[in-house]
Design a protein around this ligand. Structure first.
Ligand code: CAA
Length: 258
């Protein structure tokens, strides 16, 4: 049975993680399957937004502890490059990625969600970075991304205590964008994807790139970069379609992704 499914609805790609036996624990083979699904989304220029979700009670319950247990330093260094690489790939994808978190997102599971652009939580989620309770720390970007999202103090509290928090606490600290009833999670994810997908796709990709640059730049460098990216959009057909549509008082315009 496939553990990772990829499908497309309109301009949205959907990746569903479905390895219930171990709550989608991230091992090397599973990470490869996720990468294969990402290849499909990336190769399709008609996919403007991607949603990632899990089935059953877990989004991802973490990296596979059984696979990690016997590894020595060199082996774990090599192994952790898989998770780290996957999260960097997600973060750097040109299109927005929505994590529709359906249940446990722990350790490597939360690290993966942190690399997504938008996080939605179903009411019953449990989130945390419990690695210190296993005698280790995150190995796939958690110490780097969590403080940027929730601030250093809150990140330190979560990582040092290994506490697992619920949806309400996650929303309060800005770890998730919104909470939705479990039965509405996918509808909510597709609603956001559709709202993104009706805007200019080249503009959306430009916005993602410019926002990412804000993590590595001074405000002056960032504003310069933004103007560069902004001005390039005036070479696109979509800029004429969007602005022309406004000037002609058209209600809806259809962008062409060029
Ligand atoms: N690795 C390997 N197997 C896992 C797993 C993981 N991270 N999480 C769950 N499983 C397996 C369980 O071993 C169990 O397998 P068996 O049926 O063969 O015993 C199966 O999934 C179902 O899990 P539980 O019976 O434990 O389910 P539960 O509902 O009682 O508990 C849970 C759910 C609280 C999420 C619990 O499974 C749990 O605590 N999992 C581990 C969470 C964790 O510590 N994650 C961090 C791992 S380290 C990491 O991710 C990071 C890194 O960067 C190094």
């Amino acid at each position: 049975m496939e553990n990772v499914r990829y499908e497309k609805r309109g301009h949205t790609g959907l990746i569903t993680l479905d390895k219930a036996a171990d709550l989608n624990a991230l091992n090397a083979a599973f990470i490869q399957e996720i990468n294969n699904a990402l290849d499909q989304a990336e190769q399709d220029e008609d996919v403007y937004v991607l949603i990632l979700t899990g089935t059953g009670k877990a989004f991802i319950a973490g990296a596979d502890i059984a696979e990690m247990y016997e590894k020595d330093r060199a082996a774990i260094m090599e192994w952790s490059a898989l998770g780290s690489g996957l999260n960097l790939r997600l973060e750097n994808m040109k299109i927005p990625v929505i994590a529709a978190i359906n249940g446990y997102a722990l350790g490597g599971g939360l690290e993966l969600a942190l690399a997504c652009d938008i996080r939605l939580a179903s009411q019953s989620v449990k989130l945390g970075l419990p690695e210190t309770s296993l005698g280790v720390i995150c190995g796939a970007g958690g110490t780097q991304r969590l403080p940027r999202i929730v601030g250093e103090g809150m990140a330190k509290e979560l990582i040092f205590t290994a506490d697992v928090i619920d949806a309400r606490q996650a929303l309060n600290i800005g770890l998730v964008n919104r909470i939705v009833p479990a039965e509405d999670l996918m509808d909510a994810a597709f609603q956001i994807a559709d709202a993104i997908g009706k805007n200019g796709p080249i503009a959306i990709r430009a916005a993602k790139k410019a926002i990412a640059f804000s993590n590595v730049s001074s405000i002056e460098e960032g504003c310069h970069f933004e103007r560069e990216v902004f001005s390039r959009l005036f070479e696109t057909e979509d800029q004429k379609i969007g602005m022309g549509g406004f000037l002609r008082k058209e209600k809806n315009v259809t962008f062409k992704n060029r």
